[in-house]
Design a protein around this ligand. Structure first.
Ligand code: KIV
Length: 300
């Protein structure tokens, strides 16, 4: 009998405890396979509502439905075994009242098995954050550029670049920290203010376009992989997956058009005729086609 040793998943309080020790590393993830790849390298994965823009072609995050967040949240939790998974509460699912926020937050936690939720807003959301945390839902806050308010802000604009904006943003950071949030995302905030906020509060600040002064960093995975056609100024591209995908698809199209694919080794012969016929059918999700397992199952 073999005993499986469970892999311990990082918790929200462990993320809080990292402040002042080591930088917190995080990325967004929307699917199982990218979550599984990132899992070894990040402390938490955010199923951000940016998935509406990155994956579903919406112009803003405003139309993203709760059910979509739950579906992607489930996929990421299945793919990542170690990282804390945080799921965004989409626009309209929490602003109305603390009890509406609790009902929807509890749905996200129960249906995805994630470890925390994230919501946008500072002082105005403090009461809701306390309400959720007191009832068992760890909350990550998000201040600065809050994309769900894009229609009020008048665009995706950087924040805190004029000194007269500082007091309100600092008050937001203090309010969410005192309300019990375990960390706060600072989005598109000028460096001196991000540094000041990071010093002033006891929870970690997670920067996206908010400088190295933050306690941790997050990027949208597709942006840093070079898959998004347009990216904000603060994104560094660590890869060029878009070009790799295009070149693979162009190669496939070319080989199909010129009848070079599928070749003999991708083709089933009749049993007993050798060649491709001895190869077992592919098992979904394997790259060796399940050939080494001698399975009789066919893919389709
Ligand atoms: O939805 C998202 O991807 C986010 C990040 C920008 C932090 O909230």
């Amino acid at each position: 009998m073999s005993v499986e040793i469970p892999i311990k998943r990082i918790t929200a309080p462990e993320i809080t405890a990292r402040k002042g020790r080591e930088p917190i590393v995080s990325l967004t993830a929307y699917h199982s396979h990218t979550a599984a790849i990132a899992d070894n390298y990040v402390d938490f994965l955010l199923v951000g509502d940016s998935l509406g823009m990155v994956m579903h072609g919406y112009e803003t995050t405003v139309p993203v439905p709760l059910d979509l967040m739950i579906m992607h949240g489930r996929a990421v939790v299945r793919g990542a075994k170690r990282a804390l998974v945080v799921v965004d509460m989409p626009f309209g699912s929490y602003e109305e009242s603390p009890s509406v926020a609790f009902r929807n937050g509890a749905r996200i936690m129960k249906e995805t098995d994630c470890g925390a939720v994230k919501l946008e807003g500072g002082a105005r959301m403090a009461e809701t954050i306390s309400f959720l945390v007191e009832r068992g839902i760890p909350v990550m806050a998000h201040i600065g550029l809050t994309p769900q308010s894009v229609n009020v802000l008048g665009g995706f604009k950087s924040q805190g670049r004029e000194k007269d904006e500082w007091a309100a943003l600092e008050a937001d950071a203090k309010a969410v920290s005192e309300a019990g949030a375990f960390a706060v995302v600072l989005e598109a905030i000028a460096e001196p203010l991000a540094a000041r906020i990071s010093r002033a509060i006891t929870i970690p600040t997670i920067g996206i376009g908010a400088s190295a002064a933050c306690d941790g960093q997050i990027l949208v995975m597709e942006d840093m992989l070079g898959l998004s056609p347009r990216v904000p100024k603060f994104v560094k591209q660590f890869g060029n997956i878009g070009a790799a995908i295009e070149s693979a698809i162009a190669g496939y199209a070319d080989e199909v058009r010129n009848r070079r694919f599928p070749a003999k080794e991708h083709t089933y012969a009749m049993k007993g005729e050798g060649g491709g016929g001895t190869k077992a059918a592919a098992k979904p999700g394997t790259t060796d086609g399940g050939a080494t397992k001698k399975t009789k199952k066919t893919r389709r």
